[in-house]
Design a protein around this ligand. Structure first.
Ligand SMILES: [Zn+2]
Length: 80
């Protein structure tokens, strides 16, 4: 069994603090900056990991209401 807790992580390039791998993409990396490239790699691997997890166990469907509640509500309005 594998357990992974929720991870909150922030990374920012000190030379290009406005660079966002999600919005800008790898093509926006200036002068081959290693930090910005590392942010792109981390983002890419994160997306791949989420896809692998979703493929392993698809999200559960929400519980359906049990049939019969509508009938109970209707009986309040005078039906015999
Ligand atoms: Zn950078």
């Amino acid at each position: 069994m594998l357990k992974i807790g929720s991870v909150k992580w922030r990374g920012k390039c000190s030379r290009h603090p406005k660079f966002d791998p999600y919005l800008d993409g790898r093509a926006a990396i200036r002068n081959g900056c290693e930090k910005c490239a590392a942010l792109c790699d981390i983002y890419t691997h994160h997306v791949q990991m989420l896809a692998l997890m979703r493929g392993f166990t698809p999200p559960q469907n929400p519980k359906r209401r049990t049939p019969g509640t509508a009938d109970l509500q209707a009986s309040l309005f005078g039906e015999p």
